[in-house]
Design a protein around this ligand. Structure first.
Ligand code: MEV
Length: 472
């Protein structure tokens, strides 16, 4: 199973203008949406999104991934869950789109970088919503605080340690598409005026970017106030937003404005730390709900890819089956010797293939291991498991022969390791969920690289390479 999370966002400045080619400032917040994807025997696509209400963004992500990457039309399940409610306007649609596409890319071993992920995610959001600048998609992918121009023409991460914001929710769910249409109608009727407003907002955003980098929050506050005036002119503020913004200002905020499409959703205030309590109270007294979110959150990321509930076979020192325990138990109790299987693959010149373990593994993350290894699950036997692992991790299969079976213990776990040998020159199709990279090493250079710590091996790999005759 693959588990991916993506953050929500808060728009700091530049809303609406950013739909028309102008810049904006956005920060990712520490509320995350999780997407889990796994292959299933069923030929359908199963989507469980209990909080989402509708699954349009997940469904469209699947369609786009099928079209762009040729992934199968079924045979997988997607589950979503979130630490934040869709009602706040924190960008759950963009986050679920980004996380779904990233999860599908991992599940089907598609090598996509952040830019490609942005392009396909933005296309997906537009296919569902019809409108939008994509700033929320960028925040979900890149995280941190970003200077963003429409459609990802510019995505510039800004280094900023603190962002002293207070966020208040109006209690009114805004409909972004309707508000964007309202502004479009206004622009149609009064093109020069609206264009002038957008240009003025863009100037404020450009200056705010510099002030954020300098940490001049008092000035950022002023710029936010000016931005709010223009948003009011565009007709996207509301009585409730104005009441909360006014209250925050009266209580000592450097500046305050609506955040997002307007009409409802949230407002933000920027303030010195000793004013925060008074501002929180003032927002509440104006009928708002203060929401504790932290800015500058990390962008989309792969959570541990190992299913902690997987059931392993527990044995005694002679490999006699004693029972079955979860992956989690086996990796947290050294008395539970559990079955694992591994292969040392050599090429026809005698070089040995090693793999660097992915950073999302729950044990030995980032260390070097033998060519391929895995746990023997309940109901399976050593050789069957190894053939499956060879295909899943490296995209190859070959005849295998047993080298040795032995118990290996490190400070976390005890394994009954069955070690096999196989011959292959590749090519290898790597599963990046499990493996960062693979490389052949000559039998002469390997001991040197290990001794100089150029390669740091897992304990099991060290013993296995000794048993296979590559290390002494
Ligand atoms: C909505 O949160 C912000 C808008 O600028 C729309 C967008 O940029 O996609 C109104």
């Amino acid at each position: 199973m693959v588990s991916v999370t993506a953050p929500g966002k808060l728009l700091l400045m530049g809303e609406h203008a950013v739909v028309y080619g102008y810049p904006s400032l956005v920060t990712a917040i520490d509320e995350r949406l999780t997407v889990e994807a796994e292959k299933i025997v069923d030929s359908r696509v199963e989507v469980n999104a209990p909080q989402a209400g509708d699954t349009r963004f997940v469904d469209e992500s699947v369609r786009q991934a099928q079209r762009a990457w040729g992934i199968p039309g079924g045979g997988f399940r997607i589950n979503t869950q979130s630490t934040f409610s869709g009602k706040y306007g924190f960008g759950s649609s963009a986050a679920v789109t980004v996380a779904t596409l990233k999860a599908l890319a991992l599940l089907y071993q598609k090598d996509i970088d952040q830019r490609k992920l942005f392009d396909i995610s933005y296309k997906t959001v537009i296919a569902v919503q019809g409108v939008g600048s994509g700033f929320d998609v960028a925040a979900a992918i890149y995280g941190g605080t970003i200077y963003f121009v429409t459609g990802g023409k510019v995505i510039e991460p800004l280094k900023s340690n603190e962002l002293p914001f207070i966020v208040g929710y109006t209690g009114v769910k805004a409909d972004t598409t309707t508000l964007i249409k309202q502004v479009a109608e206004k622009k149609e009727k009064n093109p020069e005026k609206v264009e002038r407003i957008f240009q003025a907002i863009a100037k404020l955003v450009d200056e705010a970017k510099l002030r954020i980098l300098e940490g001049d929050w008092e000035r950022v506050g002023r710029l936010m106030d000016f931005n709010q005036e223009y948003l009011r002119d565009l007709g996207v503020s509301s009585e409730k937003l104005e009441a909360m913004i006014g209250a925050a200002k009266k209580a000592g905020a450097w500046g305050a404005k609506l955040s997002g499409a307007g009409g409802g959703d949230c407002m933000i205030a920027v303030a010195r730390s000793d004013k925060r309590e008074a501002i929180r109270k003032a927002i509440q007294e104006a009928g708002g709900e203060v929401i504790d979110v932290h800015p500058n959150a990390q962008g989309v990321r792969v959570e541990t890819t190992d299913d902690q509930g997987e059931v392993f076979i527990v044995v005694d020192k002679d490999d006699k089956v004693l029972g079955f325990r979860s992956r989690y138990d086996c990796h947290h109790d050294k008395s539970l010797i559990h079955r694992t299987v591994g292969a040392v693959i050599v090429d026809t010149k005698g070089n040995v293939l090693l793999q660097k373990r992915s950073s999302s593994k729950d044990t030995g993350a980032g260390l070097w291991g033998i060519s391929c290894a895995g746990h023997v699950r309940k109901g399976q036997v050593y050789e069957e498991t190894l053939h499956r692992e060879l295909q899943e991790e490296l995209g190859v299969d070959m005849p295998i022969s047993l080298i040795a079976k032995f118990v290996v213990q490190d400070d976390q776990e005890s394994e009954m390791a069955a070690l096999y040998r196989g011959v292959s020159n590749g090519p290898f199709r790597i599963n990046h969920e499990e493996v960062e990279c693979v490389e052949f090493f000559s039998p002469r250079e390997l001991p040197f690289k290990v001794a100089t710590k150029e390669i740091v091996l897992t304990k099991c790999a060290e013993i296995s390479l000794q048993k296979a005759g590559f290390l002494s």
